[in-house]
Design a protein around this ligand. Sequence first.
Ligand code: MN3
Length: 206
Amino acid sequence: MVYPYVLPKLLYSYDALEPYIDKQTMEIHYTKHHQAYIDNLNKALEQYPDLQKKMLVDLLKEIDQVPEAIRTTVRNNGGGHYNHSLFWRYITPCIGQGPLTKVSAALESEYGTFDAFKELFIAKAKSVFGSGWAWLCADKNKKMVIISSANQDAPIMTGYEPILGLDVWEHAYYLKYQNKRPDYIAAWWSLIDWAYVETEFEHKTL
Ligand code: MN3
C-alpha cells in the first residue's frame, strides 16, 4: 500500500457476515471509520513527497523517523489503515472450517492444543482496556505469540508480523453487542478465514 491510500475492496457485501456482524456495523466501520483513517493519513502526507514514496509498512516500521509534526497522526491513521485492511481479510462469509495444516501444527506446537490457543487469544482480546486489538503474530524468531496493541498501533511497529487480528474497538461491535464484548469475540471467531490465515502464516514465517 502506497500514497495516495484508498479503501481496499471488500470481498463480500455488508450483510454477508450476518448474524455475527451486522450490516450497519460493517458499512459504518468500512465506509466511515476506515475511510477516515485513510483520509487523515493522506492529508498528513500531503506536504511530504519523500514519505509519499514509502510503503505504508515501512512508514510504520520506522515510525520514529517520521517528522514529529505528523508522527502521531501517521501512527494512528497509518496504523488504522494497515490494521483494518488486514481485518477485512481475516473474516469471511464462507465459514465452517478450522485452521489448516501449517497453522494447526504451529498452534499445537506452541500452545499444546488449538483450544488452548483459542482460550488464550480470547482472554487477550477481553483484557484490552479501552480501544485496541488482539493479535496472533510471528515474532522475529518466527515463534507464534499472542499480543495486544493499544489504539491503532500495528504489530509491525514493535517487530511482530501479524497472522490474525481482532478489532476490539467499541465501533466494531457496539451497535449489535453494546457492552458485551465477549459475545462479539465469540461471534467473530465463527467468521475467521483460516485459508487466508494459512497464507499469511506461510508468507510471514516460511
Ligand atoms: Mn475498527
